[in-house]
Design a binder for this molecule. Structure first.
Ligand SMILES: NC(=O)c1ccc[n+]([C@@H]2O[C@H](COP(=O)([O-])OP(=O)(O)OC[C@H]3O[C@@H](n4cnc5c(N)ncnc54)[C@H](O)[C@@H]3O)[C@@H](O)[C@H]2O)c1
Length: 425
């Protein structure tokens, strides 16, 4: 029998995977969000991260009907794994997806989880749900594996096929099959991890390491701004040493780097070890939006600009450049600091979809059509928060909207050095 694959959750991760696999297998793309399925059936991906050609549209059966999945023998789960308000893992999507799979899968099925989790989550949380809803026994009647996803939103260079894929499995039989499935689409190679826990841990530490490296540079940039030294200049000087590693200061948002470390620290606390370094880095990164706010106030005070009267223009709102994704964007926090003090503030981002913003921020949002009607010399402060190519291409235009000698904060150091008398973090 040839393999039939069902992807559970066709979002940022699930959709490109479904497209790639559909070249070699019969693929179903199941999503709990009916609106998403209706759009995908029409070939629309609202995140604009993935183009769906007519040929691909025909090859994948997008559905919100779980009964259509019952002939599948391989299930790949790519649902979100966010954190709750208290920063503990929110496993609700993973559990409900496991219930769905458990209720349709047959004997000899293989279930592969791709969602980012903590070490142990697949076997301790998901597999028992599969067993309960299928009434089948793991490793006797069905098999499972874990293969973390490493794609990078908005990154046109690192695509599924050229990122090495880690796979892990519950036994040798399913490892062979899981390896074969991914090996058919990944050109960069497939790495067999020693166990499911190893594969889960590898993914979570990739983002934890990045988070901590940025946290160190963020802390340095706070110290340097108090010392009146330009962080970029220091970094450039330090980078002349062969083993100094390049990281830049910035706001760490999104649903991966700023979230995954909490999965690891949650598990660590559960087993009795309270992690200090990882959580300290998280705290440092989370306070960077306040640091930017403080920089603006310091400038206003120095230049005798009335804090209550100044007008701020924020350019960019998504969690990183050249993508429309605003999940856990720290620009939201930054804007809130100003709103709390009733500062006049407007936001513009040519990539984000306005209805994705909360209702307060929607009111502050300048659509493309409104931008052209903005008066020149109007704003006192411009914060270049997310330097999308589209924003940088029009930067001279935006510059005209602020008063002469106004403050420009270039959070990601995207502007040519000293060209606009900008300050960087
Ligand atoms: N986006 C990335 O760049 C990226 C990179 C690496 C890893 N990851 C990880 O991959 C996982 C998926 O992330 P994403 O960005 O694709 O999320 P997403 O929100 O873009 O997509 C998830 C999809 O799953 C659907 N869904 C939620 N619950 C469901 C359920 N019970 N049954 C069926 N469908 C359900 C949602 O409607 C959504 O369309 C997460 O664990 C994330 O941390 C994401």
């Amino acid at each position: 029998m040839s393999d039939i694959i069902s992807i559970i959750g066709v979002g940022y991760v699930g959709l490109p995977l479904a497209i790639k696999l559909s070249k070699y297998f019969k693929v179903y793309g199941y999503d709990a969000n009916n609106e998403r399925i209706d759009q995908l059936k029409k070939g629309i991906d609202i995140f604009k991260d993935q183009k769906i050609s007519n040929k691909e549209k025909k090859k994948i059966k997008f559905t919100n009907n779980i009964n259509e999945l019952e002939n599948s023998n391989i299930f790949i789960v790519t649902v979100p794994t966010p954190v709750k308000k208290n920063k503990n893992p929110d496993l609700s999507h993973l559990i409900s997806a496991s219930k769905t799979v458990g209720s349709v899968m047959k004997r000899n099925s293989i279930v592969i989880y791709e969602s980012t989790v903590y070490p142990g989550c697949t076997e301790e949380v998901c597999v028992p749900v599969l067993e309960k809803y299928s009434k089948l026994k793991a490793n006797f009647d069905f098999f499972y594996g874990y293969s973390p996803e490493r794609i990078n939103v908005g990154d046109k260079k690192h695509k599924i096929e050229n990122i090495k894929k880690i796979v892990s499995s519950s036994n040798k039989y399913s490892m062979k099959k899981i390896f074969k499935v991914y090996n058919s689409i990944i050109r960069a190679g497939v790495y067999k991890a020693e166990s499911i826990k190893v594969a889960e841990a590898a993914k979570v530490i990739e983002n934890t390491q990045r988070d901590l490296n940025i946290a160190l540079i963020n802390e340095l940039s706070i110290i340097f701004s108090k010392l009146g030294i330009n962080t970029n200049e220091v970094l450039n000087a330090a980078l002349t040493k062969w083993n100094f590693v390049k990281y830049e200061p910035g706001l760490v948002g999104g649903h991966c780097v700023g979230v995954d470390p909490y999965y690891l620290t949650y598990k660590s606390k559960k087993i009795g070890y309270n992690p200090k370094v990882i959580l300290s880095g998280r705290k440092t990164n989370d306070q960077m939006s306040k640091h930017v706010y403080d920089l603006v106030n310091k400038y206003a005070k120095k230049n005798h600009i009335d804090k209550k009267r100044y007008k701020v223009l924020v350019l960019g709102y998504s969690f990183k450049e050249n993508c429309s994704d605003i999940r856990n964007s720290k620009i939201e926090d930054l804007v809130n600091h100003f709103l709390k003090k009733k500062t006049y503030i407007r936001i513009h981002d040519p990539l984000v979809i306005i209805t994705h913003l909360n209702e307060y921020h929607q009111k502050l949002f300048l659509e493309k059509s409104e931008i052209n009607n903005l008066k020149d010399n109007f704003f006192d402060v411009l914060i270049l928060a997310v330097p999308h190519k589209e924003i940088l291409g029009k930067f001279k235009f935006f510059k005209k909207k602020i008063k002469k000698n106004s403050l420009i904060i270039d959070i990601k150091s995207a502007l040519e050095k000293n060209k606009f008398s900008q300050i960087t973090l």
